[in-house]
Design a protein around this ligand. Structure first.
Ligand code: ADP
Ligand code: TRP
Length: 323
């Protein structure tokens, strides 16, 4: 089984990215025979238009993933643009993709609905994503709910290519990662870069503490009992607490007689402890940039070898290379 997933370097990772995606990817590196993870910088180019920023975010994403436990001995980590075969494959797929299919895809549709002008890159985004998946004969793609549509597009494109030119691509399946891990932001809405409500994994502890103290809470009196299940501060606390800690905090909520400030302090301490080791590993990696480029270079070599094999198969099937 080959597991593959990509993550866009459009900003520094926040708690939502970690608990909603990255943590599951890292767990899967032990279960899968083969795990491929890449930093989708070509996709990010549809939003990040500053070259220096894109370079920095791409490198930061690699360091962050390694610091959080992605192990290059157990998984292949690479940067999307280091495998040019994928872009060639993308063209082969584009020629068989109907406009209607892409018009229904949500990233493009939403941008249009907001009255913004979308470029052809955003329009073709799902086709590049399909090439990412098909290039490595991936059979399992762990993604959040928002990406399920793109996996379906990938399956459609692969199936119609296979139907027209003969069996070429492996059809992948989406593996929905735990959607109960929808992490709220500091305002209680879904945590997202687009909502400006994030808490970043590698934020400076002092800054993080301040941001946690500013988490929006209601103004009910201290003594009033409260339901923990509907409280976003409790949900954030639960991400870090163990079972006993969570049960104790839930009991405190139900009893009443506590201030949100105390919960926030406890949350800040737990979060700082939780990410202390990754923070230390990150410092070490940052001090050894040659080690990081070595890991990415090795990853790209492994990925390219596989992608070249699949690309040739597709080129032969559609007649742009001798059969
Ligand atoms: P953002 O919304 O901040 O732009 P992305 O869309 O880049 O985040 O998300 C990257 C990955 O992190 C996706 O797989 C997505 O499902 C997951 N993710 C993002 N925000 C959350 C959240 N608040 N809760 C759970 N998972 C999330
Ligand atoms: N579109 C995905 C996201 O925004 C990132 C991505 C690009 C991806 N290529 C992929 C995910 C291939 C899975 C497989 O999260």
């Amino acid at each position: 089984m080959r597991v593959l997933s990509g993550i866009q370097p459009t900003g520094r990772f926040h708690w939502g990215n970690y608990f909603g995606a990255i943590r599951q990817y890292i767990r899967l590196q032990d279960e899968a025979e083969d795990a491929f993870y890449f930093i989708a910088n070509l996709h990010a180019l549809t939003t990040v238009r500053d070259p220096q920023e894109l370079r920095q975010l791409t490198l930061d994403a690699a360091i962050d993933l390694l610091a959080l436990g992605l192990d290059p001995d157990r998984a292949t980590l690479f940067v999307q643009s280091d495998v040019p075969e994928v872009s060639e494959l993308c063209w082969l797929l584009l020629t068989g993709t109907s406009m209607g299919l892409l018009q229904r895809c949500h990233a493009y549709k939403e941008k249009k609905a907001r009255g913004l002008s979308a470029d052809a890159g955003l329009f073709a985004y799902p086709v590049l994503q399909a090439a990412d998946i098909l290039a490595y004969d991936s059979d399992t793609v762990p993604v959040g709910e928002d990406q399920v549509q793109h996996i379906e597009v990938c399956r459609d494109l692969a199936a119609s290519f296979n139907h027209h030119f003969g069996e070429t691509f492996v059809l992948p399946a989406a593996k929905l990662i735990d959607t109960s891990a929808r992490v709220p932001g500091v305002d209680g809405e879904k945590m997202s870069k687009s909502y400006n409500n994030t808490l970043e994994v590698f934020e400076e502890p002092k800054t993080l503490r301040k941001q946690i103290m500013r988490i929006v809470t209601d103004s009910r009196p201290v003594e009033e009992p409260k339901d923990p299940q509907t409280d976003h501060l409790f949900q954030l606390y639960s991400l870090f607490a163990d079972d006993a800690g969570r049960a104790e905090m839930a009991a405190t909520y139900r009893r009443g007689g506590f201030g949100y400030g105390e919960v926030k302090k406890a949350l800040a301490e737990l979060a700082e402890d939780f990410f202390a080791e990754p923070r230390e590993r990150r410092r070490e990696l940052e001090a050894r940039p040659e080690r990081v480029s070595h890991i990415l270079g090795d990853g790209a070599a492994v990925a390219r070898k596989k992608a070249a094999e699949v690309l040739l198969r597709a080129q032969q099937a559609c007649g742009v290379k001798p059969a």
